[in-house]
Design a binder for this molecule. Structure first.
Ligand code: HDE
Length: 694
């Protein structure tokens, strides 16, 4: 602070701090580069007089500020972005000529943006909502955007219904609420009238929409795309991302509490994981199939409300995605990043999925609205990092708002013969560049849906029957919760009528939870099939549930007099298992320990409820326990960990706090010894003892 300048320009006013330029601080200038002498005061007519219109320094600064925001995304407004890389671990050259899929070990940079869908940019991180998982691959052959979600299907089959779906889910038109919640009339009104949404409604009511962390969710390209090889042969493909940290969600009560404790929970989590060097990582995989296989399925691969179960068509893992760097600037990168499913590279192509086809138009249009110019591809985060041209991009498009390039010469058209006159002639076609797969298309122009899209219930039934019983209870309870928030009774009835086509058991559990009679089933457009269950769809006791501490946070509650040895041993044990110990105490500054030393806490008890961590340990002296049994936040800390089915480790002196919190003995409640092992998982069987589910 040695660059402070006394308030000499304004004697008698006092208060403001003037910091002047010095070796560590360059000169502050206007946007025109003019040095600014005073950044504290407007230009006034006299000491107490009005501001002068002449004050160009003030007007420039305020004008820029007034325009700082750009329109938020109409969907997926709230998000967080991260840099990383994609590495090919197995060549896909047999099916695609895409540059990034050729050589094992090859890497390209990526920028990933995770998002919620329904809420505005300032909404909470943890509503019940689908998560966006959009990946920008900066390949040597230009940019490929895989604009996916954490759920492998979608609500609707045709893009023309998207504005209706989004209007219905976002805040209601007259009252402006709820923000970021599906539990309201207009959403369920729409869904109940759109049987094709039923499959997705089940996913939305499952734990998939209550993600613990962006690092613990799957990613899906959803639509069927095409890979095209060097000979022009096409193979259908569905893209998958599988989290190395395992698939992990929260439970409803927990996610509600997280929303209150930390509305930024998931973006903070990513920032902290990367800060710790705990880089989020996914396996990148493909499901590959041909036309004959597609024709053998009882549903249409162009229908985005359907999956191809992994049991029928395994996912071939061919790469990994690692996120290892936080953006330098949120606005410049995360806010301005522009994803478009139309951004593909030679070797990757689109299918006729009518949802995808509509997206090919929508995203480019929305980027023009948001970023305000056709030159949005020149913003650093959006700019290609390489092309066959040797520069990020090279064409004869010119001018437009915010043109950042200064093209030289006269070649802004082709064909031209300027090269013959010794002038640069500009870029030319590469016959080996992007070629659309020449799919044979013929037929009358019609506004129709293919008959092969008519079955809206078989896969919803398959999803329900694939779930672990604990997940089924969560789904049924979520329907009860959401439909209880619906005030229009016939909407609840219509939803139950649809659910009867999914599964009678589910429908009656929901009816029972609502305290309403079951209506007759709604009509179906096609017979509902009993497809074989797909256990790969489970989170709980499914193939991607990992019993591990890696990437997980253990909250260790301590207070004055905590045993220093026990604390040190536990912290070391958690770290050795790859976990992150977080010391939580009533006071953060310095907590005196049993041996006369003291530690700083990472968080304060009142601000870090146990809902924000994966497991807890309680290490207290007898005296501290006596105090904390009378402290609501401490009792709630333990009670919630128990209710949220987390492991609880404790020393003997802390036992009265557990008793006060109603903790009952089970495998997840342990002495400190053995806790690190116990903390690796949740205790699903405890749930029946702590809450009534539908
Ligand atoms: Fe999007 N979607 N979407 N969407 N979507 C947008 O583009 C749209 C759909 C997805 O982090 C918008 O840049 C239509 C499916 C993600 O910046 C907009 C349809 C899937 C993101 C748009 C869909 C997605 C978006 C808003 C129906 C999963 C966030 C701002 C045909 C495969 C990208 C923007 C980011 C964003 C339109 C359906 C994923 C308006 C018309 C299906 C991850 O263009």
């Amino acid at each position: 602070m040695d660059n402070l300048r006394p308030n000499d320009l304004h004697p008698g006013q006092g208060g403001e701090t003037h910091q002047v330029a010095d070796a560590d601080h360059p000169v502050l200038t206007t946007n025109q580069g003019m040095p600014v002498s005073d950044n504290q005061n407007q230009l006034k007519a006299g000491r107490r007089g009005p501001t002068l219109l002449e004050d160009h320094v003030f007007r420039e600064k305020m004008n820029h500020f007034d325009h700082e925001r750009i329109p938020e995304r109409i969907v997926h407004a709230r998000g967080t972005g991260l840099h990383g890389y994609f590495e090919l671990t197995e060549s896909l050259a047999d099916v695609s000529r895409a540059d990034l899929f050729q050589k094992k070990g090859d890497r390209c940079d990526v920028f990933v943006r995770f998002s919620t869908v329904a809420g505005g940019a300032g909404s909470i991180d943890t509503p019940r909502d689908v998560r966006g998982f959009a990946v920008k691959f900066y390949t040597r052959d230009g940019i490929w955007d895989m604009v996916g979600n954490n759920i492998p299907i979608f609500f609707i089959q045709d893009a023309i219904k998207f504005p209706d779906l989004i209007h219905a889910v976002k805040m209601e038109a007259d009252r402006g609420y709820p923000q970021a919640a599906t539990a309201h009339d207009t959403f369920w009104d729409f869904i109940s009238l759109m049987p094709e949404s039923t499959h997705m409604a089940l996913w939305a009511m499952s734990d998939r929409t209550l993600t613990r962390s962006f690092a613990t969710m799957q990613g899906f390209g959803i639509h069927t795309f095409r890979l095209v090889d060097k000979a022009g042969k096409s193979t259908f493909v569905k893209f998958h991302l599988k989290p190395k940290a395992g698939l992990q969600s929260t439970i409803w009560d927990e996610t509600v509490k997280v929303a209150g404790a930390d509305p930024d929970f998931q973006r903070r989590d990513m920032f902290e994981r990367i800060g710790r060097g705990d880089y989020p990582e996914w396996e990148f995989g493909v499901q590959l199939f041909d036309e004959d296989f597609a024709n053998s399925l009882p549903y249409d691969v162009l229908d985005a409300t359907k999956i191809i179960p992994e049991e029928i068509l395994p996912v071939r893992i061919v790469g990994k995605l690692v996120l290892n760097r936080y953006p330098d600037n949120y606005f410049a990168e995360t806010e301005q990043v522009a994803f478009c499913p139309s951004h593909v590279v030679p070797g990757i192509d689109h299918s006729n999925d009518p949802l995808l086809q509509g997206r090919l138009f929508s995203y480019l249009d929305t980027q023009l609205k948001r970023l305000g110019t056709t030159n949005f591809h020149q913003i650093p985060v959006n700019q290609s990092k390489g092309s066959r041209s040797g520069v990020p991009f090279n064409n004869l498009q010119r001018d437009g708002q915010m043109q950042m390039q200064v093209p030289k010469g006269r070649a802004n058209y082709e064909p031209n013969s300027l090269a013959k006159a010794g002038e640069p002639g500009g870029p030319r076609e590469d016959p080996n560049g992007f070629v659309s797969f020449p799919a044979h298309e013929e037929g009358p122009k019609l506004r129709v849906r293919a008959e092969s899209f008519a079955d809206h219930y078989s896969q919803a039934r398959m999803f329900w029957r694939s779930m672990d019983p604990a997940e089924q209870a969560h789904i049924a309870s979520a329907f009860v919760f959401e439909l209880s928030k619906v005030s229009i009774e016939h909407v609840r009835v219509a939803m139950m009528a649809n659910l009867r086509n999914v599964d009678e058991g589910l429908a009656s559990r929901v009816a029972d939870g609502l305290g309403m009679p079951l209506p007759p089933a709604s009509k179906t457009a096609a017979p509902v099939l009993d497809l074989p269950p797909s256990p790969a769809l489970r989170i709980i006791r499914g193939p991607l549930e990992k019993h591990t501490l890696k990437g997980k946070t253990v909250g260790i509650l301590i207070a004055d007099g905590t045993d220093a040895g026990e604390l040190a041993t536990l912290k070391a044990g958690v770290k050795a298992a790859g976990g992150h110990p977080m010391v939580i105490a009533p006071k953060v500054g310095a907590v005196p320990l049993s041996d006369g030393t003291s530690v700083k806490a990472d968080a304060q008890l009142f601000g870090q409820p146990s809902a924000t961590v994966d497991a807890i340990a309680v290490i207290l002296s007898e005296a501290a326990t006596k105090k904390l049994v009378k402290e609501g936040a401490a009792v709630q800390f333990v009670m919630d960990a128990f209710g949220h089915l987390k492991a609880i480790g404790h020393n003997a002196a802390a036992k009265p706090l557990l008793d006060k919190a109603g903790v009952e003995p089970d495998d997840g409640v342990t002495a400190l010894k053995g806790f690190v092992e116990a903390a690796k998982k949740r205790y699903w069987d405890r749930e029946a003892n702590v809450r009534t589910l539908a």
